[in-house]
Design a protein around this ligand. Structure first.
Ligand code: SAM
Length: 249
């Protein structure tokens, strides 16, 4: 299929081939302050969203897990503890700055033996078919240029019966919450980003990219189209975030 000439980067229309580079600039810029900003921006609530993701994954001791766009490794850390020494977790991310923070952080926490870090693009995963019991992507999919391609890749590397968990910002379910959230994201977030990281633009991109991301039902349909079965989603914090889960037949 021919590639479209342009795509969105937040609210900007950019050449399709340029999006990946622009996303890379954002994450190179924020990597060292990423974890601090996550806690500040979400008032720590991202930890609950991630805990719920681990619960819904059904991960067990001995499982093999891919955490794609895993960044600084929150999910990978939790998965590595669950799968234990017989299991394996691959923390994969396209961005070497984010991966470096993740690798150092997990090594400091004593996670090493069952964890591997791999620099990889979600759109072309360097893994064999049918390899993983669980694949997760948290707050990563909206940054990927070709989302359908990435979902197809995630489905390919899962074992039959394996689960995909997509944790991502989504569409708030109620108007009042939506308006308060708009005010917070477009006014407060860039200011907070500027104060803590000196980079307001990356946090403006965050707010814009969230608005451009497919809503709950659209993402559900995209997962079904990619071949997942029993696709369901759970709205978290009033739909500010949604956790989608699908099973490879
Ligand atoms: N999953 C982590 C979390 O929940 O804290 C990190 C999320 S961070 C907002 C998004 C991550 O997606 C970044 O580390 C970025 O480098 C990564 N990313 C963006 N595009 C990607 C792609 N095409 N393939 C793999 N990772 C990508």
């Amino acid at each position: 299929m021919a590639d479209k000439d342009t795509t969105h980067f937040g609210y900007q229309e950019v050449a399709t081939g340029d999006k990946q580079k622009k996303v890379a600039e954002v994450f190179h810029s924020v990597a060292s302050k990423y974890d601090l900003m996550n806690d500040l921006m979400s008032f720590g609530i991202h930890r609950l969203w991630k805990r719920y993701t681990i619960e819904l994954s059904g991960v067990r001791a001995g499982n093999s897990v891919l955490d794609i766009a895993g960044g600084t490794g929150d999910l990978s850390y939790a998965f590595a503890r669950r799968v234990g020494p017989e299991g394996q977790v691959v923390l994969a991310d396209i961005n070497e700055s984010m991966l470096k923070v993740g690798r150092d952080r997990l090594a400091d926490r004593g996670i090493a033996g069952n964890l591997e870090t791999v620099q990889a693009n979600a759109e072309s995963l360097p893994f064999d078919d049918n390899r993983f019991d669980v694949v997760s992507i948290a707050f990563g999919l909206r940054n990927v240029t070709h989302k359908e391609k990435a979902l197809a890749e995630m489905q390919r590397v899962l074992k039959p019966g394996g689960r995909l968990l997509v944790l991502e910002f989504s569409k708030p379910r109620n108007d009042l919450l939506s308006r308060a959230y708009d005010f917070y994201s477009f006014q407060a977030l860039p200011r907070m980003g500027s104060l803590v990281t000196g980079d307001a633009d990356s946090y403006r991109y965050l707010a814009e990219s969230i608005r451009m991301h497919p809503d709950q039902e659209t993402l559900k349909a995209m997962m079904s189209d990619a071949g997942f079965e029993r696709v369901q989603y759970h709205n978290l914090t009033g739909g500010i975030v949604a956790l989608h889960r699908g099973v490879k037949p």
